[in-house]
Design a protein around this ligand. Structure first.
Ligand code: GLC
Ligand code: CA
Length: 560
């Protein structure tokens, strides 16, 4: 059996905060760092060992922080560097680490580097970005690339008669990582936060940082034309090594976001030993079980598709790299709406929680996920906030002739803004998120039922179940370091797997159905000899080796 090296990042669970919607301390309707500080005990009470902050740096909010205008400071809407240092200290005192988002594929167009380079082609900052002359006497952009967020990937600047590249929004110009000065800047940002005491990074679209030489035309697609020329560019690995060398001077953890990264590359990036580039990778494969390639192309939920991707990643990574386990973050609609069942919100929420946290890898929990927050219905396009929504509206209207109504219906199921509604703390005004008249973004009206305070009072809440799972995982090495073997691969209703570590065995049974499904213990298992360690229903039939599942039932059995 493959040998597994132990490490703190493998044993931890992490809570992700998207600050703007977490907790508002000063009544301006926007979540902020003192708000986070006031909730540190709550976060700790989940049993997590770390917090990942989505970007909290100064930003004009073209992509809510993923457009950074100053890497070494704090967004004034959120507070000050001193507020951040208080959190860092408070988190460390409570035994939690703090991870920052490192967004260096692009900056904001309001970053000083960009402003300087846009003024003057002779400025050293000009070559920090991809500035090019247009084709056809400057009338056409330098190539046919399309951005992910806003039509063409090139924006014209008439003062210098050149175009700049932006793979995401117009206000997110791509950094030219081939310029050694830019890489020095990145390293200096890494050092700045690590020297302050930060414990690691989540690296935003880090696999996009190297572009093919000459920026050749791409294969035409409705969005992101050209992606094949930067999704794993020629110098990616070299640059990752360069950043890693700095990170290794510290006791630092790094998870990279890798849209479209293949499993083979992920294994290569994360494999232990010399040449290791990342501790783990945020993959998107398992987020496609109810859609095709992107969240917006909806298909019916397909459990076998989900199981297949988990099986592939779990088996290939075991003994080599390490998996990043997540089912929600700020880029996806809420998971109970997607893979669970709103008629069984708590039961299916618990089943999904069991299903992913009991696998091999480091579990990440996104704010609100722990109380089972759900998608929001928004009836007016103007109530949305995100550049991606507006771009998709344009595309669905123009290409697929969607009406506003039809678009809004789809959007409420798939939009990433579903994850960005304010956290529901209690049943009071504005869900206890803010004392302002109005929060910066719509609050889900179901806050009167779904909120932290109500979940705290209910022993059987999803929140308390998450606490149990996290604690159980932490106290049982088989849960952390065990291997992964799937059973009943072809079942359309059940996800069943076992984990093994040093003589201990765990069997996880999850039903994805509201209907009763017959479950029989796989060969070699005698359920009566095991202990039901976690389950979302009371289990009394302990003498039998088979049972009929209750709606979305989940059980984890432990065997000595
Ligand atoms: C990542 C972020 C997403 C952002 C994009 C561009 O995918 O998670 O929120 O919009 O990168 O920075
Ligand atoms: Ca505020």
């Amino acid at each position: 059996m493959a040998e597994i090296k132990k490490h703190w990042y493998k044993e931890m669970s992490v809570y992700q905060i998207w600050t703007r919607s977490f907790c508002d301390s000063n009544g301006d309707g926007i979540g902020d760092l003192p708000g986070v500080y006031s909730k540190l005990d709550y976060i700790k009470s989940l049993g997590v060992d770390g917090i990942w902050f989505s970007p909290i740096f100064p930003t004009p909010n073209a992509d809510y922080g993923y457009d950074v205008s100053d890497y070494k400071n704090i967004n004034p809407e959120f507070g000050t560097l001193d507020d951040f240092k208080m959190i860092l200290e408070g988190a460390h005192e409570r035994g939690m680490r703090v991870f920052m988002d490192l967004v260096v594929n692009h900056t904001s167009d309001e970053h000083e580097w960009f402003k300087e380079g846009a003024k003057d082609v002779n400025s050293p900052y000009h070559d920090y970005y991809f500035w090019r002359k247009g084709r056809k006497n400057g009338k056409k952009p330098p190539n046919n690339w399309l951005s992910v967020f806003e039509g063409g990937a090139w924006e014209y600047n008439k003062d210098i008669d050149e175009y700049y590249l932006h793979v995401f929004a117009k206000k997110q110009p791509d950094l030219n990582m081939d310029n050694p000065k830019v890489r020095e800047e990145v390293k200096s940002i890494i050092r700045f936060w690590l020297d302050m005491g930060v414990d690691g990074f989540r690296e935003d679209v880090i696999t996009f940082i190297s572009k093919d030489e000459g920026l050749p035309n791409g294969f035409p697609l409705p969005i992101a034309t050209g992606v094949e020329h930067y999704k794993h560019g020629p110098h990616l690995e070299e640059y990752l090594d360069e950043f890693r060398a700095v990170q290794e001077e510290y006791d630092c953890f790094v998870v990279g976001e890798g849209p479209q990264t293949t499993l083979k590359d992920a294994v290569n990036f994360c494999s232990e030993g010399p040449g290791k580039k990342l501790d783990m990778l945020i993959s998107f494969d398992h987020m496609n079980a109810d859609c095709f390639a992107v969240d917006w192309i909806k298909t019916p939920f397909n459990l076998r598709k989900l199981k297949k991707t988990f099986d592939k990643w779990q088996t290939a990574m075991y003994g080599r790299g390490w998996n990043c386990l997540y089912i929600e973050n700020h880029d996806h609609a809420r998971i109970i709406d997607r893979y669970g069942d709103l008629n069984y919100r708590v039961e299916s929420g618990k089943m999904l929680a069991t299903m992913y946290t009991m696998q091999c890898g480091t579990p990440f929990i996104y704010q609100g996920q722990e109380i089972g927050m759900t998608n929001i219905e928004i009836n007016n396009i103007n109530d949305y906030k995100d550049v991606m929504t507006f771009n998709n509206y344009r595309l669905f209207k123009n290409i697929l002739h969607y009406s506003e109504e039809k678009f809004l219906k789809l959007s409420s199921q798939v939009n990433r803004e579903n994850a960005r509604t304010p956290v529901q703390w209690n049943s009071e005004k504005n869900a206890g998120f803010t004392t302002a008249d109005k929060a910066w973004f719509n609050i889900n009206p179901n806050y009167t039922d779904i909120n932290v305070e109500a979940a705290e009072k209910d022993e059987n809440s999803l929140l308390n179940y998450y606490r149990k799972l996290i604690k159980f995982r932490k106290e049982n090495e088989v849960c952390i370091y065990g291997d992964f073997k799937q059973h009943y691969k072809f079942s359309k209703d059940l996800f069943v797997y076992e984990r093994n570590y040093e003589g201990k065995r765990m069997l996880v049974v999850c039903s994805f159905s509201a209907k009763p499904v017959h479950f029989k213990a796989p060969e070699g298992f005698e359920l009566s000899k095991g202990k039901v360690a976690v389950s979302n229903y009371e289990v009394t039939d302990t003498s039998l080796n088979n049972f009929m599942t209750r709606p979305y039932e989940a059980r984890a059995y432990l065997f000595d």
